[in-house]
Design a protein around this ligand. Structure first.
Ligand SMILES: [Mn+2]
Length: 368
């Protein structure tokens, strides 16, 4: 049926009816039209640095969609180390093997697709001179996003995971998911929605159950409870020692960390403490300072915007936000200490209005 539609001359003729058809046209219909009029050749599929499970799931889903649905050769390239134990386990268990963005020849590609991120986000590189065929993302678009041409932009902050959006395209294209793609998409939806516990809608529900039905359950179990490196326990002890409780907030500004993935992981972990409404964790790693914010009820992105201000770039969706700041290469340690003081002061100032806490008491209480 797909082939008949693609070859049918009738598809291109009813221009006069376009308006009335617009509502019914799926994202896949629109993307397919873009692809049909785009030069033949390889397509590059990219996400943000150090991709998380949702980014990995969406990368694999888009590769599957482009090759099975549009007959395109799609190449996934990644940047930055994948370090969080769950992400490493996903790459290992699923045997994922991607090209290194630094090593590829951009001239080989007729276009690129970005998933789980957007042009202008600080942790994302848009390849110069390569047309952007599509962007799939569920993060809020920033006011100062650059105006680059995107042939097909699908940005839906109301969806819990980019992997759910990609699932929708695969379904619209009438494709049967293979086990690898289903398992990857499921990991992405599970990770970003905490097994549908937050920031989800009907699409996430459907995508979650449909991909789980076709996923490799033994692989899923091994990805969910991965082996942890010995370093993990040392970092955990340090984070527990360094974090402070201030009213409903837990603040863990950890100095230098040996693994930046620990920052998001500790923010998740601290938020689980009884009566904690928000957790902010930050740490320096190789010239940058990374922060992760998790909240119970408040939207995380605007809160992080008030904490980071002009200091760095950031993004978020629902109750999750993260950002990064480049540290002065001349004196990264001093710069990091000054930044941590600013982050602490701004967080406490916000807390004052939320909790009515006295900001004169800046020390907080140890959590462990
Ligand atoms: Mn995501």
């Amino acid at each position: 049926m797909e082939e008949r539609e693609q070859d049918s001359p009738a598809e291109k003729s009813p221009i006069g009816n376009q308006e009335s058809h617009e509502q019914a046209e799926s994202g896949w219909d629109q993307l397919r039209r873009v692809l049909e009029s785009h030069p033949q050749g390889k397509v590059l599929v990219l996400s943000h640095r150090s991709p998380d499970p949702d980014a990995l799931g969406a990368l694999l889903g888009v590769r599957f969609l482009l090759s099975e649905g549009a007959g395109r050769t799609a190449v996934i390239a990644t940047r930055g180390r994948i370090q969080r134990a769950e992400n490493v386990a996903m790459v290992r268990e699923l045997g994922l093997n991607f090209a290194d963005y630094e090593q590829i020849e951009l001239d080989d590609f007729v276009g690129c697709v970005l998933v789980d991120t957007q042009p202008g986000f600080g942790h994302t590189e848009v390849p110069p001179g390569v047309p952007i065929i599509a962007v799939f993302d569920h993060h809020e678009r920033k006011d100062d996003s650059p105006s680059v041409e995107i042939l097909h932009a699908d940005i839906r902050p109301e969806v819990g995971a980019t992997s759910s959006m990609v699932f929708e395209y695969i379904q619209s294209a009438g494709l049967e998911l293979d086990t690898l793609t289903a398992t990857s998409l499921f990991c992405g939806i599970r990770f970003d929605t905490a097994d549908l516990a937050h920031a989800t809608g009907p699409l996430d529900e459907e995508a979650y159950y449909e991909t789980m039905r076709r996923a490799d359950k033994a692989q899923l179990a091994r990805i969910k409870n991965p082996a942890l490196p010995a370093d993990y326990y040392r970092e955990l002890a340090r984070a527990l020692k360094g974090a402070k409780r201030h009213g409903s907030m837990i603040l863990g500004l950890l100095g230098v960390v040996s693994n930046p993935e620990m920052i998001a992981e500790m923010a998740d972990f601290f938020l689980r403490m009884e009566n904690c409404q928000w957790a902010l964790v930050g740490g320096g790693f190789e010239g940058r300072y990374y922060v992760s914010l998790r909240t119970q009820h408040m939207p995380a992105y605007p809160l992080l915007a008030r904490i980071l201000r002009e200091d760095g770039s950031f993004g978020g969706h629902g109750r999750i936000a993260g950002g990064q700041v480049s540290l002065d290469p001349e004196s990264p340690d001093d710069d990091r200490r000054r930044l941590e003081r600013r982050l602490r002061a701004r967080s406490l100032h916000i807390l004052e209005s939320v909790d009515g806490i006295d900001v004169d008491d800046q020390s907080g209480s140890p959590i462990a």
